[in-house]
Design a protein around this ligand. Sequence first.
Ligand SMILES: *Cc1c(COP(=O)(O)O)cnc(C)c1O
Length: 463
Amino acid sequence: MDSKLAEDLADLPALLNTVSAEAGEVLLGLDKRPVAMVQQPQAPAALPEAGSGLHQALSEFRGRWEPRFSGSAGPRYLGFVTGGATPAAIAGDWMTSVLDQNAMSGEDSAAIELERETIGWIGELFGLAEHRGAFVTGATTSNFVGLAIAREWLGEQLGVSVAQDGVGALGPVTVLSGTPHSSIFKSLSMLGIGRGSVQLVSTQPDREAVDVDRLADALGALSGRPAIVVANAGTVNTVDFDDLRAIAALRQRFPFWLHVDGAFGAFAALSPEHAHLVDGLAAADSVCVDLHKWLNVPYDAAVQFTRRQDLQVRAFLNSAAYLTAPTDTPDFGHLVPENSRRLRALAAWFTLAAYGRAGYRDIVQRNISCAAQLGEALTATGRFRLLSPVRLNVACFTLADRPTPERVHALVQAIADTGETFVTPTVYNGIPAIRAAFSNWRTTSRDVVRAGAAISKAAEGIE
Ligand SMILES: *Cc1c(COP(=O)(O)O)cnc(C)c1O
């Protein structure tokens, strides 16, 4: 054995204590660390011929890298939709690495049973108890898998097998959606269906939610040809929700697969006041729910839910003489793009075991009220205006005076330079804008005050 490996093995418990102390310092220091700073790239170091051992590697990481990482796990990082990691989620993630299970199949371990238990819990949170699910690496992959099942369903409707004969057997495919996330286009490209298959349907006036009558018209124009509808439960700009119940009801008139992208919006189900936004979610054929956003588990985790796991197996079947053939409860290797896979369910299991439904209701409700508070605080300054009501956990705003691309870009930069908070730019209705998204378990109304003050101050310096 390499001498450094042997030394680390002999010293393992002490080394892990050192790592744990370092982790504690990072976590407790999150509040003081700049939220996000643009970093100058540095030249990469050479690969060491002889290693220096874990202790030395840790101190090199602390010196060269860790200070240059963002505070994205902290309470005032409001860019994109970014969750942190709860204490229990971190513990679960650590144990995932320690036990290093391969959650592909169940011959040698109860790991996949734990994954199924966790999926059951998550399904219950979102009212999807009748769906079956699988862990994947993020909402993009969840959308990809959902649309792969949809593709197989189209084949079933048309009497061809896409898994066997390829996507060409389908002929042209129509995907209808109001305001689809970019990952829908990416998924369709990966699936061979093509980005161009998306037909955007008009939204309601001044909304990102689809106009269901126009959707019905578009479906009617297909003259009975089966299609895919992507409904959006939480758009990224204004967190608008399609009327899922009304869309699902259209299936009595037209043949289509209903995929719902509820990456973070599905969490509305946890707040009694907002749960109506996702009424009808359970009627979906496939559902995407991200976990590294609002469940606050570390990257990378999401769940893909479906009512047709039989079609999912057709698309993702991995058969070999030495592997178990799919049964009624197929191994995960037959359900997702990966074969060997990390037990990413464990972090979710830990955090749900530790905080339960009530803990998550608290996080979701607190984040929603923080978004409303920021929206009010920004409007009250007179410097900003909201581009839509704050429906859930995102405030979408712009400069009240001359929101040109240059001024809004300069403002985003100036906000980041404060180190106090971090927001990301967007364009809504053709207007350059900024999104502040709340999905971190630590964020409180004090953070909103600090973030609001930093944003206002940054705006003072904009020409
Ligand atoms: C974040 C997001 C995605 C993509 O999620 P990743 O986890 O980055 O792959 C898809 N859809 C919606 C609505 C999202 O908010």
